[in-house]
Design a protein around this ligand. Sequence first.
Ligand SMILES: Nc1nc2c(ncn2[C@@H]2O[C@H](COP(=O)(O)OP(=O)(O)OP(=O)(O)O)[C@@H](O)[C@H]2O)c(=O)[nH]1
Ligand SMILES: Nc1nc2c(ncn2[C@@H]2O[C@H](COP(=O)(O)OP(=O)(O)OP(=O)(O)O)[C@@H](O)[C@H]2O)c(=O)[nH]1
Ligand SMILES: [Mg+2]
Ligand SMILES: [Mg+2]
Ligand SMILES: [Zn+2]
Ligand SMILES: [Zn+2]
Lengths: 209, 209
Amino acid sequence: RKVLKKNDEIAEENRNTFGNQGVFVINLLSSPGAGKTTLLERTISRLRGEVKLGVVEGDVQTDRDARRISKLDVPVVQIVTNGACHLEAKLVQDALASLVLADLDLLFIENVGNLVCPASFDLGEHKKVVIASTTEGDDKPIKYPNMFHVSDVCVLNKIDLLPHTDFDTAQFENFTREINPSLTIFRTSAKTGEGIDSWLAWLKSHVKK
Amino acid sequence: RKVLKKNDEIAEENRNTFGNQGVFVINLLSSPGAGKTTLLERTISRLRGEVKLGVVEGDVQTDRDARRISKLDVPVVQIVTNGACHLEAKLVQDALASLVLADLDLLFIENVGNLVCPASFDLGEHKKVVIASTTEGDDKPIKYPNMFHVSDVCVLNKIDLLPHTDFDTAQFENFTREINPSLTIFRTSAKTGEGIDSWLAWLKSHVKK
Ligand SMILES: Nc1nc2c(ncn2[C@@H]2O[C@H](COP(=O)(O)OP(=O)(O)OP(=O)(O)O)[C@@H](O)[C@H]2O)c(=O)[nH]1
Ligand SMILES: Nc1nc2c(ncn2[C@@H]2O[C@H](COP(=O)(O)OP(=O)(O)OP(=O)(O)O)[C@@H](O)[C@H]2O)c(=O)[nH]1
Ligand SMILES: [Mg+2]
Ligand SMILES: [Mg+2]
Ligand SMILES: [Zn+2]
Ligand SMILES: [Zn+2]
């Protein structure tokens, strides 16, 4: 539709800007509370010594997530949509004015918590990363397939809670493979740090230095 | 907007139909995996002796939830939206053709897992019930305020997992009060059955007998 076409044009502008400035950009997606911000906190505290990191935060209301990130002393901008259930390329483009992209190697865009709508809106990122959590049930990939279909990486988070859930990891990975066989899966606990090393290695492999 | 106005007209038709047939109708909302279907399973197994129950299931893809409900031997219809991130009154109206409303006292409509969009689409229900879970973080009411603003009841689910989370129940209730002081809060574990009695009592108090 006309809205999506316009969005994709602006997304392409963003992607060119990121390319020119040498910034690797990730669109971080998940349902509400699956652990996007906590994963960013963990990632930033581990990587900020060696990689220049920045964050664009997207939420319907509040700047709570941006304030959490700013405690880690990296550049962060908060987008408040006031109602829209997904970020769009135009909102991201406007937010970039508050960042010095030339000073960044890696930019995370934390999207609004939503497993449906954000999948349809290219923001200009290089990679889409969807976080699923062990407390949501293992059938989310086939119940919300478009999100898993368009993503490049899936982070299965909150693995520390596995003993207390009926989550079947093999079943989850079967479902994911059904929807997107080329999806790379990491299993993490943003809380305990388990599994984070592989995720960081993947990130570093994509950052130009 | 025109879409919402048209939706609300059809919702009003639905509400009249439900009233004429003496059915009490609940729109059940939450983020993906907060426990809508499990709460329905628990509720139906406890109430089906004394209340005539039916369910309309809404999902982007699959009929997994409807199949779970049908194991409990109550009438159930599955709506598959194929992409839309929320149910609309027209979809519900069409689904009603597969139910004998005259034979029902209580109808649940399980909405698509999404804390944003479904809040804007009246389906013709009498009450909106939002489920929040202890594993999503206690700030969801202020980060996704419209959903909590339009709801009549909030079920805080997965209380059995409280010992394993940093969820602050008092903080959650403060946030909820900030957004909607008249919201009734139930604390449940759909898994263990804890707290379910009060929820059932509230349901029964609204069912015409
Ligand atoms: N046990 C456990 N809890 C976690 C983990 N990661 C995040 N959490 C908790 O999950 C809740 C939500 O985490 P957030 O990082 O705020 O989630 P989010 O996806 O950013 O949420 P929104 O931005 O509101 O959509 C918080 O209470 C976190 O402490 C994990 O690996 N294990
Ligand atoms: N520990 C615990 N797990 C629960 C509870 N309620 C639901 N779950 C689990 O949470 C997961 C998701 O539950 P569902 O009932 O399918 O969630 P849902 O909201 O219907 O999910 P969608 O329809 O896909 O949005 C499943 O693994 C359930 O077993 C609870 O009270 N405690
Ligand atoms: Mg967040
Ligand atoms: Mg369900
Ligand atoms: Zn949307
Ligand atoms: Zn929507």
